[in-house]
Design a protein around this ligand. Structure first.
Ligand code: HEC
Ligand code: HEC
Length: 179
């Protein structure tokens, strides 16, 4: 049943009549780091200009967000659905931020990328970062996000990584947290 967002984007792209990238387009595609929203960025942002226009930029989240308005108001880009826009801005800020990588303040570690992409579409990560929970409570939070809040079901492997990350970084014995 579960379809990843990337699959949905590919499906959407195909139904808009765009095929898989080939030739020079494939080179452009390769310029985008792999990630769940790579396809969305590729298909939305290489329609009018080379993707290099995008990949050569280093902007913070706010400026990427403003750029979305500019592309729509001045350059004729079709407005994105709010959720798609948020995902695209997240991807751009993560990979083409002012810092090498902007993970919205998530400390490095296995599972960081998965948490970032799974949790940011609906709410700020502040709501996640302020917690200090036992693993079983994080587990329940994930169940709650899926059952009640509409988070797509996570694949087992991804879910395990997310749970490891959250309970290690935002567990009851948070490093740097109040003792
Ligand atoms: C409908 C056409 C269209 C689409 C779709 C589009 N752009 Fe653009 N974009 C333009 C035009 C036109 C310019 C101005 C080119 C110029 O400066 O000559 C531009 C310029 C840019 C620039 C350069 C800004 C600068 O400071 O020079 C960036 C970065 C950019 N676009 C990013 C994006 C991103 C990210 C997306 C996808 C979310 C996107 N564009 C989608 C038309 C588009
Ligand atoms: C589809 C949307 C969606 C996604 C994706 C999502 N959440 Fe949530 N989350 C919500 C909503 C809506 C609330 C607010 C629920 C409420 O307070 O009634 C919430 C609230 C929370 C809270 C606050 C709980 C509290 O006690 O206040 C935490 C923690 C949380 N989410 C963690 C996560 C984590 C971790 C992820 C990623 C693995 C995630 N969420 C992904 C929709 C989502």
């Amino acid at each position: 049943m579960r379809r990843s967002i990337a699959t949905i984007f590919i499906a959407a792209a195909v139904s808009w009549g765009l095929g898989a990238p080939a030739g020079r387009a494939a080179e452009d595609y390769e310029a985008l780091p792999a990630g769940p929203d790579r396809d969305a960025v590729y298909f939305n942002c290489s329609a009018c200009h080379s993707i290099r226009m995008v990949t050569q930029q280093r902007l913070n989240r706010e400026r990427w967000d403003e750029l979305m308005d500019w592309m729509v108001e001045e350059s004729g880009m079709h407005p994105l659905q709010p959720w798609a826009r948020k995902r695209i801005v997240n991807y751009l800020a993560a990979h083409f931020g002012e810092e090498e990588e902007d993970w919205d303040g998530l400390p490095p570690g296995p599972g960081r990328e998965e948490v970032y992409y799974a949790c940011l579409p609906c709410h700020s990560l502040a709501i996640v970062k302020q917690q200090g929970l036992k693993r079983e409570d994080w587990d329940e939070t994930l169940v709650w996000m899926v059952d009640e809040q509409g988070m797509p079901e996570l694949e087992a492997e991804e879910r395990a990584l997310i749970l490891d990350y959250l309970s290690a970084v935002y567990g009851v014995n948070r490093a740097g947290g109040g003792s």
